[in-house]
Design a binder for this molecule. Sequence first.
Ligand code: ADP
Ligand code: MG
Length: 432
Amino acid sequence: QVVNYAPFTLLPSAVPSALFEQAYAVQQDFNLLVDAISQNKEFLEHTLASTIKVDDFTAQLFRIHMQVLEEGLAQSVFLGINRSDYMFDCGVDGTPALKQIEINTIAASFGGLTSRTVAVHGQVLKVLGKSKEASRLLPNNPSKGLALGIAKAWELYGSQSAVVMFLVEEVQRNIFDQRCVENELWNRNIRVIRKRFRDVFEKGSLDDAKRLYIDGQEVAVVYYREGYVPKNYDQQNWEARLLLERSRAVKCPDIATQLAGTKKVQQELSRPGTLERLLPGRAEAVARIRATFAGLYSLDEGEEGDKIAAAAIADPDRFVLKPQREGGGNNLYGEELRQVLQKIRDSPERTSYILMDKLKPQPAMNYLLRAHSPLQVSKCISELGIFGVYVRHGKEMVMNEAAGHLLRTKAIEHADGGVAAGVAVLDTPYLV
Ligand code: ADP
Ligand code: MG
């Protein structure tokens, strides 16, 4: 085993306070939206119809979703933990605007580690003789907010002896981030176990009431920190996933909510009228959400897709080409985008991607500190994430919160990738 410090910026980065507040103000709306999508069978079916013909991973998730619905949902408490990510896109006149990159509805990470970065950056500023600036850094503790959501779901599940299960990777690279959330639960006298899909396959079972047991322990909440990319699954792991989804346990997220976080759904949301249909009678929420959307385009077969594909081939630097994948490092940019799109423009494979306008934030100088990397000043851009937590009991929303934020910063030469991908580092916003 090797233990390294998590990478971080030497200095906090400037963030426009109006955009920071805007991102917080829209988070409860996004929570409602994700939850509404997850309950809308027709919308998911219609939106993902073209994608699941060509993308096996999304298709397999979708099959489990349908199977669980046909059987009837055993779960009555729903817990969502998401993170909506943004960049500060610079318009032609130089004013920055808050634009969403994506919303992560499964395994949204770094809420734990980033609960410690304010203290790190506060210390650095003090050492530099800037204690006034240090005192202006905002407190931030997403791990507590996330844990409060999990605790609420555990309580509503209603069995004192049941545990919370963190579903974790085979190789646990980000365990300390997860421990921050876990410890908050132990502090509330809630037992936590850590298991892999393999353990669920070997030792998991459902009783007649579809209560989930593992090693003889009843599980109230399953918190996925795994299961969001194809390489997390073999045949046994898919069977384990199905067992979990069929159970009464609160899944964070349930499979419908995972599907609500696909890039294809994000693209469909930007069509005129879609938000209004999903959130009827909530015109203000719809307006707040829409204001954060960048241009998103379908590559489905037909005239609309042909036209945008041609535009992207002609001017690839305006766009990002995105497959239905999570975890960073999958998107295509520039010349590579052009080549791939040219190759697939007349094949159904095209529909496994979406196109998005490329955002262009204003760079700033900072030092990115990473184990075994040389110390050098870099031209950087930042991405702000807001954590959302909600709990629904039957039809009733009983918790809907913004639970803190995450600022990640990377050198501009990297088009793609987050902290886990080794590109971005943890940062703290300094509001200006
Ligand atoms: P993933 O699910 O792999 O995290 P994202 O949509 O978050 O996919 O994209 C990964 C990274 O690529 C982002 O963190 C961001 O740095 C960059 N990126 C994504 N979309 C855009 C965009 N429209 N403009 C500029 N950069 C983008
Ligand atoms: Mg991302």
